[in-house]
Design a protein around this ligand. Structure first.
Ligand code: GDP
Length: 454
């Protein structure tokens, strides 16, 4: 933390503007060694939040014209003195500027080091730091909104409320247990049970929203299954084509699994169009069928496709049996054709059923809404501060478990200091969540995922 770090903060590609960010005690002095402002004044004389037009040099050689933005500690992203040199975004130019800055005394920043400094300097909590990462990698509107609200502190505020409450209860209990002779307000077990019940409700909602949030942030593993010719590939192409937001495309063979990542309404689907599931004697085909079945069991969402123009057959019925207990939507395709399918049978066996025509691209929006509904995304308010990632959800889940334990102990009439052990653990988990008490190993793991320059 004592040295001055620098990195290119913009993407490593040609662009209109490229930014070299410098942070640390020496950042303004180092910037002065490479930057000459047009008015001749050194940056060391600049106030914070000021922009200066000038030139960047490496030794005597002019590299580029630039704007130097000066931020003075603690009013900067990292909480330290920061200078950002905005140059022309050519890769050669921006790398030359960085090289000059490094030669004049800065060290190259590690991945996520600027944000880590912001965290270490108390500018942001660990959940806010993680939100920075989320906003950089957000692939959909909802994910970006969720990350923004967490970055702005909505999530931290929610956690803080619960933390303060739990600390209040724990300190009262501790005082009561340790100093029974003092004139303290007695602990009202029933009232405390009610308060803890309220905490568990809020924590449970946070965990549930966090789980649903994974769908808008990371997407959900989705498989499209059904016997051959029901229109799985057509549906997949329609979904990918309708949205025009394909992120990845891994080509497979027709007998294997093809994957697309698409945004449908609020959710990101990591879609796999599998080989048709049906009985087959072909040994190669049956490998594909087995793989499809395996993938289906592990999927977060199964789209089971049926053909509206044909009566149900044994393949359909065995598919219905195998998806009954999975998070599944039945899609009756070829709704543009005459109905010969017994949709009632499917309705009676599967929770959700939608009618579409993949060929005409009709019913696709409704399918998106039904998926949001099924995955619990529909009620999710991204602006509400949603937990993000396994680390956060696990901390919250552990805290919830401890508060429940405290509540059970209270109800069972167990001694108050025993109740307090559970409450203390619950508070510890919240402190780990916000990063107020977090091991270096955990912090390292969080920042390890960042890009250089952030
Ligand atoms: P898959 O084997 O399940 O992947 O089925 P395909 O997507 O290859 O479709 C099989 C046949 O059904 C093709 O001839 C498609 O053009 C046709 N098909 C797919 N969806 C529809 C639909 O909604 N309406 C009609 N009429 N035909 C469709």
């Amino acid at each position: 933390m004592s040295d001055t770090i620098a990195a290119i903060a913009t993407p490593q590609a040609a662009g209109g503007i490229g930014i070299v960010r410098i942070s640390g005690k020496q950042s303004i002095e180092i910037a002065d060694r490479v930057f000459q402002s047009a008015d001749g004044k050194p940056l060391t004389e600049s106030r914070g939040y000021a922009a200066h037009f000038g030139y960047v040099y490496n030794n005597k050689k002019k590299i580029d014209t630039a704007i130097a933005l000066v931020f003075r500690a603690p009013k900067s992203y990292t909480g330290e003195n920061v200078v950002e040199l905005s140059c022309h975004g050519g890769l050669y130019v921006i790398k030359s500027v960085l090289r000059a800055v490094l030669e004049k005394g800065a060290r190259i920043a590690e991945a996520g080091e600027f944000t880590r400094r912001a965290f270490e300097n108390g500018k942001i909590s660990l959940t806010q730091a993680e939100a920075v990462m989320d906003i950089v990698s957000a692939q959909g509107e909802q994910a970006a909104r969720a990350a923004l609200s967490a970055m702005e502190g909505r999530l931290s505020a929610k956690i803080d409320d619960i933390k303060k409450e739990l600390i209040g209860y724990a300190s009262h209990l501790a005082a009561w247990a340790d100093y029974p002779e003092e004139d303290l307000v007695p602990v009202d077990r029933d009232e405390l049970i009610r308060n803890l019940e309220d905490c568990t409700k809020r924590l449970r909602k946070m965990v549930d929203d966090g789980d649903a949030g994974k769908v808008i942030r990371d997407g959900v593993d989705t498989v499209i299954v059904g016997k051959p010719n029901v229109g799985k590939s057509t549906l997949m192409n329609c979904l990918a084509g309708c949205e025009r937001s394909i992120v990845t495309h891994i080509a497979g063979t027709t007998r294997d699994i093809v994957e697309e990542k698409i945004v449908l309404g609020d959710v990101i689907l990591r879609l796999a169009d599998t080989a048709g599931i049906h009985n087959t004697a072909d040994p190669v085909e049956s490998i594909g069928v087995e793989r499809a079945k395996d993938r289906m069991k592990r999927a977060g969402l199964v789209i089971a496709v049926f053909d509206n123009s044909l009566p149900l057959d044994n393949d359909d019925i065995s598919l219905i049996e195998s998806v009954k207990l999975l998070p599944c939507i039945a899609v009756i395709n070829k709704n543009d054709m005459e109905n010969r399918l017994d949709a009632e049978y499917i309705k009676n066996n599967l929770k959700k059923i939608m009618f579409i025509s993949a060929k005409d691209e009709s019913g696709i929006d409704e399918l998106g809404n039904a998926i949001s509904d099924l995955l619990g995304v529909a009620e999710l308010n991204p602006a509400d501060g949603i937990l993000s990632g396994e680390r956060q959800i696990n901390c919250c889940r552990n805290c919830l478990q401890m508060v429940e334990e405290a509540k059970t102990a209270l109800t069972a009439g167990i001694t108050l200091d025993a109740v307090n052990v559970s409450l203390d653990s619950a508070i510890e988990y919240l402190l780990e969540l916000t990063g107020e008490r977090v091991s270096n190993v955990v912090a390292d793991a969080v920042f390890h995922n960042f890009c250089v320059g952030k």
